[in-house]
Design a protein around this ligand. Structure first.
Ligand code: PGA
Length: 241
């Protein structure tokens, strides 16, 4: 795992945005899988600015949403699809038909997940993942096997409580659909991103603890091209000065 420990959140943002523009320039048909949540939002906004300034384009790119909460109304601003649309997809020049997302309203969730894996196909170019406080990736909660496919999952209590910060009501999701660890391992490149002091301990465990399904993010140390990108606060327990 490459560790990119930036000096500040500003440097972290500039670094991620610059690398992302580079990947889109080298491969304009970049096939992304993107997390929603709070951590990626500044990077999304920065890329949207880059598109407006004509520095880069999503015209030939594809975006797959990483996951989706179950039990929310389709127009709830806290669905992963709606967050991604608001913070990135609606702000860039991506053709709508190349934004894919999981439909948690489907009457056949297994078929929905199988179809998603088929759509992703032979692999993703870039997977951008936040990190849950319990080490989950997307909704691959502790215990998720490295070969787990896209599937329905029950959320751990900390994930359910974490979802409250995306919602304007108290009807918290207990389950969700998530792209699987298998898709992350098949991806050409994975970025794990974290900012702020609340992520420092989980970042330390991911880097310095044992590699275990109990901490799905630690499994990414076995990925041939995974970078952990942290600001000074999230990386504060990595360096013993
Ligand atoms: P966050 O979520 O980016 O909102 O902190 C990360 C996660 O729980 O996966």
């Amino acid at each position: 795992m490459n560790i990119l420990h930036f000096d500040s959140e500003t440097a972290w943002l500039a670094g991620i945005a610059s690398l992302w523009r580079d990947r889109l320039r080298s491969n304009p048909a970049l096939k992304h899988c993107l997390a929603s949540g709070h951590t990626p939002v500044p990077a999304f906004r920065e890329l949207a600015r880059s598109v407006k300034q004509g520095q880069v384009s999503f015209q030939r790119a594809t975006i797959f949403a990483l996951d989706e909460f179950g039990g929310l109304a389709p127009d709830d601003p806290g669905t992963c699809k709606n967050m991604l649309e608001r913070d990135l997809v609606n702000l860039v020049d991506l053709p709508r038909e190349r934004f894919h997302f999981l439909n948690a309203q489907s009457s056949d969730l297994d078929a929905e997940c199988r179809a998603y894996d088929q759509k992703i196909g032979t692999g993703l170019d870039l997977v951008l993942l936040g990190i849950g406080s319990n080490g989950h990736l997307g909704m691959n909660e502790p215990g998720s096997a490295p070969d787990s496919p896209t599937r329905r999952v029950d959320l751990h209590e900390s994930t359910t409580q974490g979802a409250a910060s995306y919602l304007s009501h108290g009807r918290l999701p207990r389950w969700g659909l998530t792209a699987g660890m298998k898709q992350f391992f098949a991806a050409k490149e994975v970025w794990l991103i974290a900012t702020g002091p609340a992520k420092a301990e989980i970042v330390r465990r991911i880097v310095k603890g044992e590699i275990s399904v109990k901490l799905p993010a630690s499994l990414m140390r076995r990925h041939p091209n995974c970078s952990l990108m942290v600001d000074s606060a999230a990386g504060s327990l990595l360096t013993a000065l």
